[in-house]
Design a protein around this ligand. Sequence first.
Ligand code: GLN
Length: 492
Amino acid sequence: MHNKTIAELIQGLRNKEFTSRELTQHYLDRIERLDSNYNSFITVTKDSALAQADAADQRLAAGEAPDLCGIPIAHKDIFCTDGVRTSCGSKMLENFVPPYNATVVENYLAQGAVMLGKTNMDEFAMGSSNETSYFGAVKNPWNTDCVPGGSSGGSAACVAAQLAPAATATDTGGSIRQPAALCGLTGLKPTYGRVSRWGMIAFASSLDQAGPMTRTAEDAAIMLNAMASFDSKDSTCIEHDVPDYTAELNNSLDGLTIGVPAEYFGEGLNPAIATAVNAAIETYKKLGATIKEITLPHTDLSVPAYYVIAPAECSANLSRFDGVRYGHRCEDPKDLNDLYCRSRAEGFGDEVKRRILVGAYALSSGYYDAYYSKAQKVRRLIKQDFVDAFDPAKAGVDIILGPTTPDPAFAFGAKSADPVAMYLEDIYTIATNLAGLPAMSLPCGLIESENGELPVGLQLIGNYFDEARLLNVAHQFQQVTDFHQHTPPGIA
Ligand code: GLN
């Protein structure tokens, strides 16, 4: 059962090949048996999963159940779950049990989806390797000596190892697409404001966006159908109709114009990845698309701008963890100052502290204009590059294509001593967060590397609210290639 896609599982439940309880039990057994190899879950919610499965079986028997009714999924441990510990990968929230569900979690519950548990992640979603988790690193199912990517590494590893058919994830600078690329999955970051951020623990509020991690584009469409909604509780959530994202998957690509930015193929890109991405371009030509070279001239400024804006927002967001209201509190504080200082010193890991320090500095009086306000101006230029690329009066492309990451999965420790090397992992993904655009990663090859045979991710970037087209373009690629069907060694 575990090698089926969500689309196939939906059919299986309706054809009574298995019940949701059997399916859920099957995944729970796999998690229990295999997850010690990957460390992809922080919490497994066995009892509630089986209870939800029984309820879903009743709904299915009564007919007219929503698509995801009875389908087991995992949630990144950044989404608040009523009565279930939500750690955000941090000691700060090691014992935090929220009294409410994030809207994303609520939306899946309303469909009758079954929650298997909460997945491991970089602490407060800061990282590209999952090595910053307080709960230990996650291992890549393709090679357990390698990182799965981050910050949604647990969501990626559990889907790649077929411990869950799909998982939720979040992307602030690449955290859905980069782990999807490194684990051979399909990951979608929707337009900023497409999915509610309510109940999703904030890292950088103007960049954070939730999305699905799946094996196919079709599954991503099914997952997004449930995930996307207007939510008045999130003031940045946009009131925009939610189409049926599966409706346009089979559209022909005849007449589609794909832009290929020169800046995404420069220095630093692993040649084997360039070869795989170029082969994907050839596939798209055969599918009827026209390829157009474009330029996104401010690409090289996206990592520096992000590493001012994201830390600035995180320093403000994480000020709420003060040892007073909730989260870790130090023992026997001498006074209020000691309570703040020691609770935060003990509760946060090194990368989170580094970001808070950088962010507080960039926002401080005297430096605000030099750093923060400058970075915001650069952000506007980066956004304008994309607006021009999609503008019919200018470059006029429908989709932008390039690599997701400069390298395949790397060994543990390979980049952890050098924050800048780690930050450059997201060189191709960060600009779309700064611009608020939707983007996805899908598998486009397997390459020989020093760490064995590893998957490569192809990135597709769409115009605002053009997720349906993005999914269509990804789905058509998956109709004529089988990279998304490859599974890590030992996973059948
Ligand atoms: N790797 C980037 C960072 O560390 C992006 C993380 C994310 O998208 N959550 O900030």
